[in-house]
Write a protein of this length. Structure first.
Length: 293
């Protein structure tokens, strides 16, 4: 049994960080903000989007995420606690949006792979700035998970957070990978386990995770494409849309890795309880125990 540790909210930084994470992760949905930028409901663009386009977008999204995971996560320098360069990534995404906006929906196949790599690098950059090693398979998986977070919707309530609902969808994959790693650890040394997991088991599991996330991310990309079909949307607005997109996933990444950092210190269940109480605006907060990694 873990010895009872200090209340998270007795630590000024941890308290502030958790509240910041809740504010970031429970923002209005990205769909609502895209509609506001486009000046028309997403449904307008969706009605103009051919049915075959939906399948094409999903295929493009799957390919883009797989490429981003390999091109971005394996090339970011592994320097934990290094400051993140969020503005640089926003500017790069805006430039990609201008190019894509000039060709309308047809530009998606050219723009999306580039934009997704930019956003994935930014997510990994933020993970690194929160003290995580981006060379670790579970951290890379957490970077991919960020793309499943579309923000809070009007259907979410205090009892079922949009953030934790999204994490729940992906939890079985994470549990299976953890059980697999524990099984390997029982038969091999730590160095061999790390190598086997990263090179063999990790690659197959990561592919499954990317496919699961791509399905959710594809819905958002379809809505983004639909929003850009509104007549007034041009290259400039498309650039702004990409900045909005990048900013959203940077916020999701910051909140996600703040939560992950606190979980290492206090344990996942205790942080989730505190998170839900902060979200609900309750004053009484639980004493969190040190039980994380």
């Amino acid at each position: 049994m873990s010895e009872q540790g200090p209340n998270l909210f007795d630590d000024a930084r941890d308290a502030s960080d958790l509240k910041r994470a809740v504010a970031l992760l429970e923002t209005p949905s990205l769909t609502a903000r895209m509609a506001a930028l486009a000046g028309a409901p997403i449904e307008f663009g969706m009605s103009k989007l051919p049915k075959f386009a939906h399948r094409g977008i999903q295929k493009t999204v799957h390919a883009a995420l797989h490429k981003a995971a390999s091109a971005a996560l394996w090339t970011v320098k592994d320097v934990p606690n290094k400051g993140s360069s969020t503005k640089t990534h926003k500017l790069a995404a805006a430039a990609s949006g201008v190019a894509g906006g000039m060709f309308g929906a047809l530009g998606l196949t050219l723009e999306l792979p580039v934009t997704t790599v930019i956003m994935m690098r930014s997510v990994a950059d933020i993970a690194r700035s929160e003290g995580f090693s981006v060379s670790e398979p579970w951290v890379q998986a957490a970077c991919v998970e960020v793309f499943a977070f579309g923000g809070n919707s009007k259907d979410d309530d205090a009892s079922e957070s949009g953030y934790y609902a999204s994490r729940g969808v992906l939890s079985e994959l994470t549990k299976n990978a953890t059980r697999e790693l524990v099984h390997l650890a029982g038969h091999r040394g730590a160095e061999q386990v790390t190598h086997a997991y990263a090179k063999k088991q990790g690659a197959a599991w990561m592919a499954k995770l990317i496919d699961a996330v791509a399905t959710r991310f594809g819905v958002i990309i379809t809505e983004k494409t639909a929003a850009q079909l509104v007549p007034v949307i041009g290259a400039a607005t498309a650039a702004t849309m990409n900045v909005l997109f990048t900013n959203h996933y940077q916020d999701m990444a910051r909140g996600h890795f703040i939560v992950k950092r606190l979980e290492r210190k206090y344990g996942a269940e205790a942080v989730e309880r505190a998170y839900r109480q902060v979200k609900a605006g309750e004053g009484a907060l639980p004493v969190l125990e040190h039980g994380g990694e």
